[in-house]
Design a protein around this ligand. Sequence first.
Ligand SMILES: NC(=O)C[C@H](N)C(=O)O
Length: 374
Amino acid sequence: MPNDDFEIKTISSDVNTHQFILEAHNDDLKCAGENSKKSRGKLPKIKILGTGGTIASKGACSSHTAGYHVDLTIQELLDAIPDISRICEIEYEQLCNVDSKEIDESALYSIYKGIADALQTFDGIVITHGTDTLAETTFFVDSCIDSGDVPIVFVGSMRPSTSISADGPMNLYQAICIAADKQSRGRGVLVSLNDQISAGYYSTKTNANTLDSFNVRQGYLGNFVNNEIHYYYPPVKPVVCHKFKLKMSPDVTSFTFPTVHILYAHQSFSPSLIDLVAKQCDGIVIATMGAGSLPDIVNDKCLHVGIPVVYSKRSMDGMVPRANLPKPLPEKEYNVIASGYLNPEKSRILLRLCLAEKHSISEIKEVFSGVYGG
Ligand SMILES: NC(=O)C[C@H](N)C(=O)O
């Protein structure tokens, strides 16, 4: 006869041994995060950093899912989530409150600084962020911060707070539970959206409108169902992630980065665009056709333009291998670099970080070889 006083749960850290943990069933243990509360004797401390995005937006009426504007503070977002105080202790801070198209160097730096400061004293960190450029920020943060065991969870929404079936409150609730859960430790930068947990390093927004807006070719790490967090793997971080050391500055507005522009290639792509853009930047990323294809005349221009040019791709999936770079004289060190698996916007961030550290072309190639380019 089943014993209703016991609840059987698989715990991901025990997947190697296929162990099942028997726990006394208690009605108070219905909210996610309660297990960590129980084992630690006190609630985990979670820092919430608000930056804006659709999750903090209001539309004209409840059926509108476009044409809205950022209008809610992080405090108002948290007020909309009942019961969170049963799961963790919260401290929150508004870093900025903008659509993520406005995230610039100083916003990026304040996110970096907010996370770096919180790492010292909190068990987990949640950042609310617009989804349009969320994957750029997660890639940047994972490239600059060694979070140790502390989970850093980014979250947004696709519907404004005013819409029927707004996804923001549940997404934020789940992100906080994920940050508070001890199973999330040692997993680095995470993205929590639409019940799915994925690695910030690999996540990409692949749909501009649907709730299922992020797809991860490298696989989801876990799922959130009815207050249960299901990780599919033990804690793991991306093997390819190169870590940079940012120079902390007390003034976020004085933070600058080398300039890198992205060009989108197409049939009859003009080589003159390379010269035009090169005058205004320190490096170029090209969204090439296929896996590194550019017209011969454009390849020739890239080889001789005198600044680093990263060959990325227009295609959402796949990669640009080093073997597809133009190589007229194999023994000469040219300034063209293959992006490997990185899309143009992530390649741009990686190139900016390399240039900020004044890496030579061969060092930049070495960094990109981590993502199987170079
Ligand atoms: N769903 C969103 O968050 C999109 C919004 N435009 C943003 O990135 O801020």
